[in-house]
Design a protein around this ligand. Sequence first.
Ligand code: 1PR
Length: 535
Amino acid sequence: MPRVYMLDYVAGNVRSLVNAIEKVGYTVEWIKSPEDIEKADSLILPGVGHFGHCMSQFSSAGYLPAIRKHIESGKPFMAICVGLQVLFEGSSEDSSVPGLGIIKGTLDQFDNTSKSVPHIGWNSANTAGKRVYGLRPSSKYYYVHSYKVPYRAGELESQGWSVATARYGDEEFVGAVARGNILATQFHPEKSGVAGLRVLKAFFRWYKRERGPRSTGSKRRRVIACLDVRTNDQGDLVVTKGDQYDVREKADGGDVRNLGKPVEMARKYYEQGADEITFLNITSFRDCPLADLPMLEILRRTSETVFVPLTIGGGIRDTTDTDGTKVSALEIATMYFKSGADKVSIGSDAVTAAEEYYRQGKQLFGNTAIEQISGAYGNQAVVVSLDPKRVYISKPTETKHNTVQTKYPGPNGEQSCWYACTVKGGRETRDMDVVELATAVQAMGCGEILLNCIDKDGTNSGFDLELIDQVKNAVSIPVIASSGAGNPGHFEEVFSKTRTDAALGAGMFHRGEYTVKDVKDFLGEKGLMVRQFES
Ligand code: 1PR
């Protein structure tokens, strides 16, 4: 297989990119020093994370002159996400560090007053009719970023760049640029299903032939399939599903419900058109060395066939390995990212961190798992999973917590409730409500909230719209509605009645009652925009 060369630095999920490149027929050779760049006849700059962190890493490892030289020599060069951003002159994400300055212009942050930031999801890369590396106006590509290059018509074009644009809310930004030997995408081709693989294929086809490209030329609802994974009584890692978090069969000796194998099920949902796959490791297995965690192998195998974003949750906290070594949450997250995850999801540890945040008068010290992981990999890589439970009260003044006037009265006719946060899979309830938790984790650098609901989990009775409204109104980061989906109509309901950014289903897919495609077809029929799966 022909080879392409990729820069090896701490840049989030590079494994998925390697898998995608292999999928389109090439092998990846790692660049480990500036001297390697000189010898390489192509260069791929992957990137997830922080502009300043990324530039400082290149600079301290002595890569900057070699990257510039490579680009100027006319050899093929491809950059992805932060890789695109560093080609510009600078970014307000870190104004103390200049970019490479290959392209004129600077980045700024999306405005979050009327939309969720980061911008996470499927969007266009519109080339206004020009042919640019397989980009199609009808295709959707996966974006995850807080900073963007604002698009000003004609500006980049006048410097010879072909530009593909996208719109988020009322902001138009640069989705991809190409000129001569350079292709840079703000979206992740390796996470954009067949449309993304087509871009990689087109770039590498051009690269292989060593000739120029033939021409240099609103928001979609995300449907997520979630797999709760745990070890069953026989010691096998299985997909399970609870009713209000109880995953044991009511009969048959109360065994852990076994609904199938994680890797195979993830692939099935990807092929049905899932926009993302989430694995929640619902019991933390700590009886083997961390490096041998079975979940790492599951991620590695899943990322070979699943080309949409993967999130992994469960057990992400500072811990002690079986040999007594202390291992930080950041190190655990790094293992997951290296194995193919794009995001990590933190549950119990986020509640503990939020309690400390309030105890310290809302001060941040940079030492929580959320701050450390988002500092290294960007806030889009950190999801916090909330496991709230309804607490009914007869009137709002009875509690200090943020309450909801509910349409669904409690057992004694109570018309108000608040949502209490829980830890350890709902086994312990804390004196903190969801609004307090969501706003605290947002301040720490969490980029997205996975909003479960213990009362609704496994009930097939629809999402808790009151809970989703309360949290969505409290934060500016994206919210994923979870728990209670029983049919495609529930997805339509949550998307049309709340401002949720994504919705997740589990049991209805696992039991084979509906496919992800059924849900997306139904949403499409109802006039809601969804990404269609391209085969
Ligand atoms: O606390 O950081 O180790 O993370 C543990 C993670 O495991 C948390 O994200 C927590 O939500 C999850 N978890 C723990 N115990 C359970 C359990 O079910 N016993 N599962 C559990 C949470 C809930 C959803 C589920 C939706 C949709 N699963 O992810 O998929 O409710 O279900 P439905 O559509 O069938 O209603 P930490």
